[in-house]
Design a protein around this ligand. Structure first.
Ligand code: BGC
Length: 267
């Protein structure tokens, strides 16, 4: 089965029909630039352009870089236009897409759901934390494969700062940090998460997952296993489509949709 997934990020709005049985894009994705400022109206136009590029007429799952409740309502907007706050994003996107059924989900939750089903977290029980390093730090917390949505662990306070203002990929770039210095900050952040949650596994997503060999060996003293994400760039698109399929048809497609393994199944 195919469902359309869209990932709304700081620099681009990317989308494609997703093959839910393979957990991969069914066609090459289409990307348009995210408007600046990333207002609801501008982003909705970008989403329409991406979806119309494929002539898609069916359910659409979208990620959003903030807290989303009920698959619809935006509660926070740390790195996008504040005009999003309290908006019914599902209604906005559905309207702009000519009435297509729409589900909206936090970007890190979407990436996490896809990683747990098709990537580095496949078959992993216990407590797993997926972190996405980009403009901010996104988090997705899983207990025996079930998502605890909207955890926002990137905003934990670390030495008096929002953690994502110390250890995101953007901060590494902006402050021109070496891998060693950045890894030290990440290590402190992970130690803090470990103190709070004692996870079995951390999965590192976002652009840095492609460069794991540059920094993973620099992180010391963490008990949990740390592995790079496997789906990389497409995790958000795949996860958004998985959740939209669940909302539209009740239950994830594919053979292994069993309770508990069904990441996000208890949202
Ligand atoms: C937002 C999260 C989001 C993360 C990654 C944070 O600033 O608060 O909701 O998942 O950035 O985009």
């Amino acid at each position: 089965m195919q469902i359309f997934g869209v990932d709304i990020g700081g620099s681009g709005i990317k989308g494609a029909p997703v093959d839910l049985d393979r957990g991969d894009l069914a066609q090459e994705r289409c990307k348009v630039f995210t408007p600046h400022p990333a207002t609801p109206d501008g982003v909705a136009d970008g989403v329409r352009e991406v979806v119309e590029h494929f002539g898609w007429r069916g359910p659409v799952g979208l990620t959003f870089p903030g807290v989303i409740t009920g698959g619809a309502i935006v509660r926070t907007a740390a790195n996008v236009d504040k005009g999003w706050i309290d908006m019914d994003a599902r209604a906005l996107f559905s309207d702009r897409l000519g009435g297509l059924p729409v589900t909206v989900i936090n970007d890190a939750d979407a990436a996490g759901v896809a990683e747990m089903r098709f990537g580095a977290g496949r078959g992993r029980r216990g407590t797993v934390i997926v972190l996405t390093f980009g403009t901010g730090i996104g988090s997705a917390l899983f207990v025996d494969g079930a998502l605890v949505p909207n955890t926002e662990l990137g905003h934990l306070e670390l030495h008096g700062h929002d953690a994502e203002k110390r250890a995101s990929s953007k901060v590494k770039e902006d402050e021109d940090l070496s891998w060693e210095r950045w890894a030290r900050r990440v290590q402190k952040y992970l130690a803090h998460l470990e103190m709070l949650f004692s996870p079995e596994l951390f999965i590192f997503g976002g652009g840095v997952s492609r460069k794991a060999d540059r920094f993973l060996h620099l992180i010391e003293g963490i008990k949990a296993e740390i592995v790079p994400a496997q789906l990389q760039n497409n995790a958000g698109i795949v996860g958004a489509a998985m959740l939209a399929s669940k909302d539209a048809y009740g239950g994830l497609s594919g053979q292994s949709a069993q309770r508990g393994q069904d990441a996000g199944g208890d949202r």
